[in-house]
Design a protein around this ligand. Structure first.
Ligand code: CP
Length: 307
């Protein structure tokens, strides 16, 4: 198989295991390309891509833009702040006005779950979800899977603990789907207040003790506490959260194995992870960012074949 089963990338839930394997193997080839002296290929020379960001981003936005430029696409960048959204223009009107400029693909980040799927039903362009509220962040999960495979050789049978603010995390949900479809086992770990009510129904293990998760896993993916999405007190204080769920070198060393430590960013240093751990040899955080470009090139390249 050399084509994806889907025309859009709305979530990992919609992908098959074969789709994921195809994206990861294609990304491997693109990683070789971007490490050459000449990093650009002409694959998307006739394609125009609009990056619509209705919510803040550093990594995803820059990474998509670089991936598009490495593939020689024409790129339009749109941020909601400073746009006519502040004058009341709707998502559909914004998208249709951009499409009138003959855009083939849309990469969109939006605060509302389901926004990417909604757009895919309303406009005639390939849609890539760059994070929709607390729902999915498919390219983050794909780059996480790629980075684990690169470090450990395979995802098959690996144990991945996702730790922290699970209930507000689109990264967690996309990672669960992506890892399970790739043959890995998943444990979700965090306080009861930050755990979705029916987490077990996802086919994962659930723990409320970081030490237990660290004993179990090969890889720990530490998530940020998303205070901007919290409308009430989910834990007594940041200090208390950090004592219970923050990853320190002392806790990491108490496990007598070398674990792989990940974080999707942005990091709250000293809250979910100390600087000592984030910057240590166990951490692959900057490899995740590097791999994001190759993975997004693969997604854009494969979806452009279906456009
Ligand atoms: N990991 C991630 O999505 O980071 P940004 O919010 O900076 O894009």
């Amino acid at each position: 198989m050399s084509q994806l089963s889907t025309r859009h990338l709305l979530g990992i839930r919609d992908l098959t295991s074969e789709d994921i394997a195809l994206i990861l193997s294609t990304a491997k080839q693109f990683k070789e390309v971007i490490n050459r002296p000449i990093k650009k290929v002409p694959s998307l020379r006739d394609i125009t891509i609009a990056n619509l960001f209705f919510e803040n981003s550093t990594r995803t936005k820059l990474s998509f833009e670089l991936a598009e430029k490495r593939l020689s696409a024409d790129v339009l960048n749109f941020s909601a702040s400073g746009s006519s959204v502040s004058k009341g223009e709707t998502l559909i009107d914004t998208a249709n006005n951009i499409l009138a400029m003959k855009v083939d693909m849309v990469v969109m980040r939006h605060p509302h779950p389901g926004a990417a799927e909604f757009l895919s039903q309303k406009i005639d362009a390939t849609i890539i979800n760059a994070g929709d509220g607390t729902h999915e962040h498919p390219t983050q999960a794909l780059l996480d899977a790629f980075s684990i495979e690169e470090r450990l050789g395979s995802l098959q049978g690996k144990k991945v603990a996702i730790v922290g603010d699970i209930v507000h995390s689109r990264v967690a949900l996309s990672n669960v789907f992506c890892l399970q479809k790739s043959g890995a086992e998943v444990m979700l770990c965090g306080p009861r207040t930050l755990m979705p009510k029916h987490a077990e129904s996802l086919g994962v293990q659930v723990s409320h003790h970081l030490e237990e998760a660290l004993e179990w896993c090969d890889v720990a993916n530490m998530l940020r506490v998303q205070q901007e999405r919290m409308d009430k007190g989910y834990f007594p204080s940041i200090r208390e959260y950090s004592m219970q769920y923050g990853l320190t070198m002392e806790k990491l060393k108490s496990v007598n194995r070398d674990l792989v430590i990940m974080h999707p960013g942005p990091i709250n240093r000293g809250v979910e992870i100390t600087s000592e751990v984030a910057d240590s040899e166990y951490s692959i955080i900057l490899h995740q960012v590097e791999n994001g470009v190759a993975v997004r090139m693969a997604v854009l390249y494969l979806l452009a074949q279906k456009a």
